[in-house]
Write a protein that binds this ligand. Structure first.
Ligand SMILES: Cc1cc2nc3c(=O)[nH]c(=O)nc-3n(C[C@H](O)[C@H](O)[C@H](O)COP(=O)(O)OP(=O)(O)OC[C@H]3O[C@@H](n4cnc5c(N)ncnc54)[C@H](O)[C@@H]3O)c2cc1C
Length: 407
C-alpha cells in the first residue's frame, strides 16, 4: 500500500489551506473529501462573497476578538496572522482582495467560488473526492491507517480537518468529533452559535427582509442587560438575525429553554431626553399632518406601522393633537423595541458551534495532538470560534499553517 507523508481528512477551508502548505513544502500528501467537490462550506461563506479575514494586524487586538479560548490561538496568529493571510491570497493564489466596512476582507470579485476554484486548481492531483473516512485506526499512541468507504490509506502524519457540525448539508457533520473521541480525546459539549433568534411577536414576519443599520441590541438576563451589540440587524420571517444578533448568540446557548428578552434601540447615539426633544420639534413643525406620514424621518417606512402599534398610537392621528404621554410612549419604543426570544435557527443555519476537541489536549504551537503522536487538528473541529467578520476562516488559515509547519 502506498504510504503518504501526510493525509488530510476533509477538503474544507482548513484542509485545502493545509494542502497548499504541504504542496509548497514538497510533501507527498492526499486530501480525502467525502463530497463530490471541495470547499462546499467555504463556497457559501460571507453570503457567497467569502469574508476571508478581518484586517486587524495587531496581534493582541486580534486575539482579544476571540472570547472563547482565544489565547490558544495566539501562537498560530503570531506565525500566520492577518497580513500573511492577505498576502497569501493576493500573491500565492492571485486573488485580489479588498477591505470593507468593519475591516472585513473579501475577494475583489466578491465570489467565494473564485477562492474554492483557486484552491482546487492548485491541489486537484492530490484530492480524493467522494470518499468518506469511516474509521481512524491506531496502534499505541499512533494512527496506523484511515479506513474509507472504498479502501484504507496510510501516512506518516494525519490532519483532522473535518470541520464542526453546523450547516451539515455542506458535509460538516461532526465526524471529526467521533474520530477524535475514538482516539482518546476529550470532547466538550457542542452548541450552535452565530445564528439568528426566533421571536414570538407576530409583527416580526411583517418586517421580514428589513435590515436596520446602526442599532444597539441588548440581551436581558435576570432583568438586567447581559450583553449588547451595536451594528446592523435583519428581521427574518420568524425572528431576527444579522451581524449583531449572530454575535450576541455567542452568549445565549443556555438561555433558549426559558426564553429571554431582547431590546432594539433604533437611536442608540441619542440620549432619551435629546430624542424626545427632536420628536417634540418634529411633531410641532408637522401641525395637522398625520403621524404615520412624518415618522419616515426617523425610521424605514415599513417599520412605521409597527412602531405606532407598539406605541399605542393611531396612525391617522394628527401631530398637533399628540399628547406628551403619547409622545413619551413613542420615544420609549424608538429607544427599545422589545422582543421575546424562544429559540434559535438551529444547527442547519448556524455559522459555527462551540465545543469540540478539548484544546488542553492540543499543542498550540503545532496543533498536534498531545495524545496521538502523528495527528494534528485544524479549523472548526477544535473548541475555538470567533465572532462574525472573517474571524473563523482566520482560525482555519492560521491553524493549518502551524499544523504543516509543525510536521
Ligand atoms: C453560512 C456560513 C457562512 C460563513 N461565513 C463565514 C465568513 O464569511 N467568514 C468566516 O470567517 N467564516 C465563515 N463561516 C465559518 C467558516 O465557514 C468555517 O469556520 C470554516 O469553513 C471551517 O473550516 P474547516 O476546514 O474547519 O471545516 P469545513 O469548511 O466545514 O470543512 C470540513 C470538510 O470536511 C469534510 N468531511 C467531514 N467529515 C468527513 C469524512 N468523514 N470524510 C471525508 N471528508 C469529511 C466535509 O465534507 C467538509 O468539506 C461561515 C459558515 C457558514 C455555515
Amino acid at each position: 500500500m502506498k504510504k503518504y507523508d501526510l493525509i488530510i481528512i476533509g477538503g474544507g477551508a482548513s484542509g485545502l489551506m493545509a494542502g497548499i502548505f504541504a504542496k509548497d513544502r514538497g510533501l507527498n500528501f492526499l486530501i480525502i473529501e467525502k463530497n463530490d467537490r471541495v470547499g462546499m462550506k467555504l463556497g457559501i461563506t460571507g453570503k457567497g462573497r467569502c469574508n476571508i479575514t478581518n484586517y486587524i494586524t495587531d496581534l493582541d487586538d486580534l486575539v482579544n476578538k476571540y472570547t472563547h479560548n482565544g489565547k490558544f490561538l495566539y501562537h498560530a496568529f503570531n506565525e500566520f496572522g492577518v497580513q500573511n493571510t492577505f498576502d497569501f491570497f493576493e500573491k500565492r493564489l492571485n486573488i485580489p482582495l479588498k477591505v470593507e466596512r468593519g475591516k472585513r476582507v473579501f475577494p475583489k470579485s466578491e465570489k467565494s467560488l473564485d477562492i474554492v476554484n483557486a484552491f482546487y486548481n492548485e491541489l486537484k492531483e492530490n484530492i480524493l473526492l467522494e470518499t468518506t473516512v469511516k474509521e481512524i485506526k491506531k496502534e499505541g499512541n499512533r494512527i496506523s491507517e484511515v479506513v474509507t468507504d472504498k479502501r484504507e490509506y496510510i501516512a506518516d502524519h494525519y490532519i483532522l480537518a473535518t470541520g464542526g457540525k453546523t450547516y451539515p448539508v455542506t458535509g460538516s457533520t461532526g465526524d471529526g468529533y467521533t474520530f477524535a473521541e475514538s482516539l482518546g480525546h476529550t470532547l466538550h459539549p457542542t452548541y450552535p452559535v452565530l445564528l439568528g433568534f426566533k421571536c414570538k411577536e407576530s409583527f416580526v414576519k411583517d418586517l421580514a427582509g428589513l435590515s436596520l443599520k446602526f442599532v444597539n441590541v441588548s440581551v436581558f438576563r435576570d432583568g438586567k442587560v447581559y450583553k449588547e451589540a451595536f451594528g446592523s440587524m435583519l428581521f427574518t420571517h420568524d425572528g431576527i438575525s444579522g451581524p449583531t444578533i449572530l454575535n450576541l448568540s455567542q452568549y445565549t446557548s443556555d438561555m433558549y429553554e426559558e426564553g429571554f428578552e431582547v431590546s432594539i434601540d433604533l437611536k442608540p447615539r441619542v440620549e432619551f431626553s435629546e430624542l424626545d426633544g427632536r420628536v417634540n420639534e418634529l411633531l410641532r413643525d408637522s401641525g395637522g399632518i398625520q403621524i404615520k406620514n412624518v415618522l419616515g424621518y426617523l425610521m424605514p417606512k415599513s417599520l412605521i406601522p409597527v412602531v405606532l402599534e407598539l406605541s399605542l398610537l393611531i396612525p391617522e392621528r394628527e401631530c398637533c393633537h399628540i399628547t406628551r404621554e403619547e409622545r413619551l410612549r413613542l420615544v420609549n419604543v424608538l429607544k427599545g423595541i422589545s422582543l421575546r426570544v424562544y429559540g434559535h435557527e438551529g444547527w442547519e443555519r448556524a455559522v459555527v458551534n462551540t465545543g469540540g476537541v478539548d484544546i488542553k489536549e492540543v499543542d498550540p504551537n503545532t496543533m498536534g495532538s498531545k495524545i496521538i503522536k502523528n495527528l494534528s487538528f485544524t479549523g472548526d473541529v477544535l473548541d475555538v470560534f470567533g465572532p462574525t467578520g472573517g474571524f473563523n476562516l482566520q482560525i482555519a488559515w492560521s491553524s493549518s499553517f502551524i499544523a504543516v509547519e509543525g510536521l
